[in-house]
Design a protein around this ligand. Structure first.
Ligand code: ATP
Length: 311
């Protein structure tokens, strides 16, 4: 798969002296959805702004569709559509006109057939002659997407596409994004919602303190997610794990009143049956059993904390 976007060692130190990005390396594959997660102030908007040319990086290199984002700015920028976080739309303008106008800003000739296609894809065609102020919040967000797509970009950046919107609208946006991907657009989205990354992304990147802390296929993350723990509560406490149970990698918990066993949720053999019979053979009596699964949220929070500690 070709990389449509390549970032090599991208750095940004603002005039204040604050470094918001510390050498970020990142690629976006053609046709994929990459979700960038990160706490507030992690550097997500700075990163997107560097790629889109609204913030000047102070180091590194950005290549968009083979064009250098600095030396070949116009061609690089023409391949990018940016959907900003805030809804900035002219309330009295009509949907079709505002989308056509955005296309014109990129110096592209009028192409009503293309504009019609994106408005239809975004279920806005019926609203083409409506004024922006007459639209619902969800429709306004779709108008922003239509404007960002008006000049036929190959990459679409969505900065917090569902910040502050209700559950229904969030699901509607997910559908819109899935349709765009199906239409061949490569997508980068930033989000605070882990659930959103889980629902939409092919790959997930985590940015923290201006560094890319992780970038991984969602499926691989999910298999990490699939780790489960079995908590075995004991009738009487143990001081240590009996030697006969050493191979299970058990942890002693609750002051010796419980043992914790970690296993892969999806594995065909979890080892639980054998463990339970070995526990009985070791003379341990159980009072209760419970299982729980780690979430992507825990992986994310754990990773961010780990970085804070190492900082
Ligand atoms: N113009 C600026 N001058 C100085 N510092 C800035 C400037 N813009 C952003 N920063 C700082 O850079 C850091 C990263 O900000 P950025 O907006 O990129 O984070 P973010 O991950 O997008 O956060 P959020 O999720 O809250 O939008 C923050 O500490 C912010 O205060």
């Amino acid at each position: 798969m070709t990389d449509i976007l390549i970032l090599e060692g991208v750095e940004k130190t603002y005039d204040s002296g604050f470094t918001a990005l510390h050498g970020v390396d990142l690629t976006l594959r053609e046709g994929e959805i990459l979700a960038l997660l990160g706490p507030n102030g992690a550097g997500k908007t700075t990163l997107i702004s560097c790629i889109c040319g609204t913030v000047m990086p102070t180091g590194g290199r950005i290549t968009v569709g083979g064009f250098d984002a600095l030396t070949d700015y116009r061609r690089a920028r023409s391949l990018i559509g940016l959907v900003p976080q805030e809804i900035h739309l002219e309330p009295f303008s009509r949907v079709m006109d505002t989308v056509r106008y955005s296309r014109g800003l990129f110096g592209k000739g009028r192409n009503d057939a293309y504009i019609e296609k994106i408005l239809r894809d975004l279920s806005l065609w019926d609203k083409r002659d409506s004024r922006v102020m007459e639209l619902s919040g969800g429709m306004k967000r779709r108008v922003l997407i239509a404007k960002a797509l008006s000049h036929e970009p190959r990459i679409l950046f969505l900065d917090e596409p569902t910040a502050g919107v209700d559950v229904d609208l969030r699901k509607e946006m997910w559908e819109v994004v899935a349709n765009l991907k199906a239409a061949g657009v490569s997508i980068v989205l930033t989000t605070h919602y882990i659930e959103e990354a889980e629902a939409m992304a092919d790959r997930i990147g985590v940015i923290n303190r201006g560094r890319l802390a992780l970038i991984e296929e969602k499926a691989a993350l999910m298999s990490r997610l699939g780790r489960k723990t079995l908590k075995i509560e004991l009738e009487s406490p143990v001081a240590a794990i009996p030697d006969a149970l050493a191979s299970y990698g058990l942890q002693v918990a609750d002051g010796g009143n419980a043992l914790v066993y970690e296993y892969e949720a999806g594995a065909s053999r979890t080892g639980i049956t054998r463990l339970l019979s070995d526990l009985r053979d070791a003379g341990l009596c159980l009072s209760d059993l419970s299982t729980r699964q780690s979430t992507l949220e825990e992986i994310f929070v754990g990773l961010v904390h780990q970085q804070e500690e190492n900082a």
